[in-house]
Structures are given as C-alpha cells and as structure tokens.
Design a protein around this ligand. Structure first.
Ligand SMILES: Cc1ncc(COP(=O)(O)O)c(C=O)c1O
Length: 416
C-alpha cells in the first residue's frame, strides 16, 4: 500500500472539508486517540465565550430562564440528529457512570423476582464496577460473559445466557477494547422476549456509527459526549429512556431537577412525568453547551458519511497491519469484518505500552494504550485524513524496526 493511495483517498473524501471545523494547533501531530477525547471544534470557543459573556457575565441569574431546559433541549437535538430518538426521550446530565447507575437501578426495581445482571468481561470498567456495586447492594449476581475471539458477544451467545432469572442486560454497543459492534435490535428483542430490560452504553458509537434507538426498540441507553461528539473534557453525558417506560421507572437520586414543579419547592418528591425525572441537580451549563456545537458539526456531514469514512479509515489500518505489522508480531484485536467493527482498531502486542509511549514521545502520533496489551487507534472520521493513518502506521513500523520502544519505562503512568 503506497502513500499515494492514501493521498488519493483524501482527494476523493466526501467529508474532508469537515476537518476545517476543528482546531489544529500543531498540524504535525497525528491524533489517533481512540477515542478518549475528541478535538475542539472552532465554533465551541465562540459559543462558550458567548455563554460566559452574555449569559453569566451580563444576564447573571436571569440567564437561567434560557438555561433551565438546556439538558433536555440539547438531548432532543442529539436524539434527532445522531441517535434516532424522537423528542422527549434523551436528556443530558451528570456523567455516564451516574446515568448508568440511575437507569440500572430504576430497571432492577421493575424486576424484583429476578436475581441476575448480565454484562461482558470486556465492558468498560465503570460499567462493570457500577453493576458490581448494585449486585452487592441487592444480593444479586453479576454474570460477565466473555467475548469471542475477535471481540463481541453476538446474539446467539446472549440468547443462550438469557433466562427467567435475568433482570437486566447491560452492554456496550461498541466495545471500548476491541471495537466490536453488538447487534442492538436483535439483542434487545431477545432480552425482551426473556423478560429482561437492556441498558446500552453508546459511548463508543454515538457520532461514529448509525444509531436508531426508537426503531430498534431500545429501552434504555447512556453515553458520553467527549469522544466522537467532541464536547470536551468532562462534558456531561446523555441518557435515553423510551417514552413508554418513563413513568414506570423511578431513578434513585431524588433531586429537585427531577421534580414535577421544581420551583414550587414543595415538601415531598413528586417526579416529573417526562424524561426530566431522570435528572438530578443543576446542569453544568458551560460544559453542556459544547454538545450542541459538537452535534451540529457532525450533522453537517451526516452520520452515514461519517460511518462510511470510519469504515474506510479502519480498513486502511487493517490493510497496513496485515502488510507491515502482522509479520512483526502484532495481532488484530478487533473484528476483521468492517460491518462488525466501530470506528477504532486495536492492535495487540506484548510491548503495547512502550510502543505507545514511543509513538507519543518520539513520533508525534497519539494512540492510546489499553491493558493488557492493546495499542488502540481511533481515526475519528470527522477530522482524520487517510494520510494521517498511513503516516502513523509507517512510524509505528519504524518504531518496531529500530526497537525504539526499548528506551521507555515499562511501568504505565497515572493516565494511559
Ligand atoms: C464505554 C464507556 N462507558 C463509560 C465511560 C466513562 O464514563 P464517565 O463519563 O462516567 O467517566 C467511558 C469512558 O471512556 C466509556 O468508554
């Protein structure tokens, strides 16, 4: 595979112009973080400045008249543009962890006789820990299924695990580790047939992979906004609760933002009859507004084109892995079939941590390392060029040829 081929793919890229919407302070840096923090959209700077100056600075507390519904407004926008959700079912609030806790708790309360929570051993740690905590608090069993060889659980393994004792199934749409995509509608249907609710984590799919929550029949979902949605570090997360379930569920944090008549300041909790009942406290307005911008930027390209480019970018990684890196001992830790893979590719190697360090410190390439042995490459389709992928893979093979990673400390730092 020649670099000229990557150049040609860039020239033919239908959404190459989207890159201009983002800040590139250092044009030489190849950013393939996959994906823990998306890039900063230029328009976010103006939007946050305006909210600070005209809102906080000038209107002071009066600005709350505009901000009061911001979590639901931005949630509706995100739902419409990227999640296939009709209005009134998505809200932005809190972190993914807290939203997962709220919805999992509410779901378990509706299945009192059942004592099993199903998830996967490669689900994101916070998901596993929160489910573990819920199981411990309620005397339930958390059963973790092991993914297949290329990642992913699949419908058949899930069907085999479902029984009348399962209350809740909690899975990631796209695995943070392998990038494997689960079949959301089929697994949701199978779980419903077995009488369980399903809670999906969309953190690694929202903005990268087409999602149709309403038509897929999804019950519950959560996800973060700082990855492909490019809303910035610590931007609040979203949650989705299907209309027909909303008044049947009660979340455990009885905060005033979930109260029906919030400013009546009444004596007792009386939850809103809407998605608002899944809110808890005051939203972080300045962190929340960038989600609106992030969604707008992606919507200009449309999720179908983002997905097509994501497939083409990850296919290029896989081809280069096969040509250059497989002979050097790297394994493909992601599905080979692009239809079963999200927007990142994981490459396995015993020296994955030191190789990542060498790329960051000496090659101006930012991947991330995930234990035990994965170099994760996330060519975010909104702003990554095909030549970026080619150059990064070329530098990676050179690191291996020169054994440049041997100069680095094998002990991982505080953040990997
Ligand atoms: C699948 C998944 N869930 C949850 C989280 C993190 O949740 P929180 O927003 O609470 O930090 C991440 C973070 O990378 C993630 O990848």
């Amino acid at each position: 595979v020649k670099r000229a081929e990557a150049e040609r793919m860039d020239a033919e890229d239908a959404i190459g112009w989207l890159r201009d919407h983002f800040v590139f302070d250092d044009p030489g840096l190849i950013y393939l973080d996959g994906n823990s923090l998306g890039r900063l959209p230029k328009a976010t700077i103006a939007a946050v400045n305006e909210a600070m100056r005209a809102g906080w600075g000038s209107r002071l507390v009066r600005a709350w008249h505009e901000w009061i519904d911001v979590g639901q407004r931005v949630g509706d926008h995100l739902g419409k543009k990227l999640l296939g959700a009709a209005p009134g079912q998505v809200a932005v609030s809190d972190s993914t962890s807290v939203n997962l806790y709220k919805l999992a708790t509410a779901a378990l309360d509706t299945r009192p006789g059942r004592r099993v929570i199903l998830s996967t051993s490669d689900n994101f740690p916070t998901d596993r820990y929160i489910l573990e905590g819920l199981a411990a608090a309620r005397g339930l069993e958390l059963r973790l299924l092991n993914p297949g060889a290329d990642g992913g659980i699949g419908v058949e393994a899930m069907k085999a695990a479902l029984g009348l004792d399962v209350a809740l199934v909690s899975l990631s749409h796209v695995s943070y580790l392998s990038g494997a995509i689960e079949d959301v509608p089929a697994i949701t249907r199978a779980a419903r047939y077995a009488g369980a609710l399903v809670l999906w984590d969309l953190s690694h799919s929202a903005g990268a992979v087409p999602i149709e929550l309403d038509s897929w029949g999804v019950d519950l979902a959560v996800g973060c906004t700082y990855k492909y949605l490019n809303a910035g570090p610590g931007a609040p997360a979203f949650l989705y609760v299907r209309h027909s379930l909303q008044t049947r569920l009660r979340q455990p944090i009885w905060g005033w933002w979930g109260q029906r008549e919030q400013f009546a300041m009444g004596p007792a909790y009386d939850p809103a009859r809407s998605i608002a009942r899944f809110l808890a406290g005051t939203p972080p307005v300045l962190s929340l507004l960038p989600i609106q911008v992030g969604v707008d930027v992606l919507a200009e390209a449309g999720v179908e084109r983002l997905r097509d480019k994501g497939v083409a970018l990850t296919e290029l990684i896989v081809r280069l892995w096969e040509a250059w890196l497989e002979p050097l001992g790297f394994t493909l830790s992601s599905p080979r079939d692009p239809a079963r893979r999200g927007a990142h590719v994981s490459l396995g190697h015993a020296e994955a941590y030191r190789v990542s360090q060498a790329l960051i410190e000496e090659c101006k390439v930012i991947p991330d390392f995930r234990p035990p042995n994965v170099v994760r490459l996330g060519p975010a389709p909104a702003y990554t060029r095909f030549v970026d992928v080619w150059d990064a893979m070329d530098r990676l093979r050179k690191v291996m040829d020169a054994r440049a990673y041997e100069r680095f400390d094998p002990r991982p730092g505080r953040v990997t």
